[in-house]
Design a protein around this ligand. Structure first.
Ligand code: FES
Length: 213
C-alpha cells in the first residue's frame, strides 16, 4: 500500500504508517501488547504505566512501544525472558496498589487489568510484594458517577476526557504511592463543578470511575 512501510513483530511482517507508534501498529494487526496509559490522540504519550515494553533488533535496551515510532525494516519482539520480567514487575507494582475485588466490581470481565493478566498469565494478586491497601474514601457524590480511588491505576485517561469535555475538574495530586486522581482541593466530585457527563467512566480501563447502578 502506498506510503506504508514494512516492519516485523514477533516474526510477523506487517505494514505500518511512517511515524506510527509501535503499540498501535501491533494492536491493529492483532498483536497484543499490555498498555494502560496510552491513547492514540495522546501527544506526547505520558508513558507512565511502563507495561508496553518491546525489544527492537539493534537497540540495547527495551523501549516503550507507545512512544517509539516505527521505521522501515524494524524487527520487534513483544516477548522474551527479559521483557516478561520487566512487564511482570510493572504489573505487580500496579496490583499491589489496586483494590482487587473483581467479583463485586462493575468492570469485572471488561477490566484492562484482567485482560493483561489473562494475556500474560500474570496473577491479579501477586504473591511477591506486600499489598498497600490505602482505604481511600469512595466518592459517590456526583450524579451517575462513582469514584473509587482504591482501584485507580493513574493512567490519566479520565483527566484528559474531563478536559476535552470542558469541565476540567479532575487532575493528579501528590507523588509516589500517595498519587491520586482528584478534584481541586480534593472536593467531592458532586461539589467540584462536575457536570456528570460520565465521559470519565467511558475511558477508565478499570473500576475506578464507573456509572452508578
Ligand atoms: Fe506505554 Fe503505558 S502504554 S507506558
Amino acid at each position: 500500500m502506498a506510503g506504508k512501510i514494512k516492519i516485523t513483530i514477533d516474526g510477523k511482517e506487517i505494514e505500518a504508517s511512517p511515524g506510527e507508534k509501535i503499540l498501535w501498529a501491533a494492536l491493529d494487526n492483532g498483536i497484543y501488547i499490555p498498555h494502560l496509559c496510552a491513547g492514540r490522540d495522546h501527544h506526547p504519550p505520558s508513558a507512565s504505566c511502563r507495561l508496553c515494553f518491546v525489544e527492537i533488533e539493534g537497540y540495547p535496551q527495551p523501549v516503550t512501544s507507545c512512544t517509539q515510532e516505527v521505521t522501515g525494516g524494524m524487527v520487534i519482539s513483544t516477548r522474551s525472558e527479559r521483557l516478561d520480567r520487566i512487564v511482570g514487575t510493572g504489573f505487580e507494582m500496579i496490583m499491589t496498589n489496586h483494590l482487587t475485588d473483581c467479583k463485586a466490581c462493575p468492570k469485572n470481565r471488561s477490566c484492562e487489568l484482567q485482560k493483561i493478566a489473562r494475556e500474560r498469565k500474570f496473577r491479579l494478586k501477586p504473591p511477591r510484594l506486600p499489598r498497600l491497601d490505602r482505604e481511600l474514601p469512595v466518592d459517590d457524590s456526583a450524579d451517575g458517577i462513582k469514584h473509587d480511588p482504591n482501584k485507580c491505576v493513574l493512567c490519566g485517561h479520565c483527566i484528559r476526557a474531563c478536559r476535552e469535555k470542558g469541565a476540567g475538574v479532575l487532575g493528579f495530586a501528590r507523588r509516589g504511592f500517595e498519587r491520586v486522581v482528584t478534584t481541586f482541593n480534593g472536593a467531592p466530585l458532586g461539589e467540584s463543578g462536575c457536570n456528570s457527563c460520565t465521559a470519565c467512566t467511558l475511558v477508565c480501563p478499570v473500576g475506578a470511575l464507573t456509572l452508578k447502578v
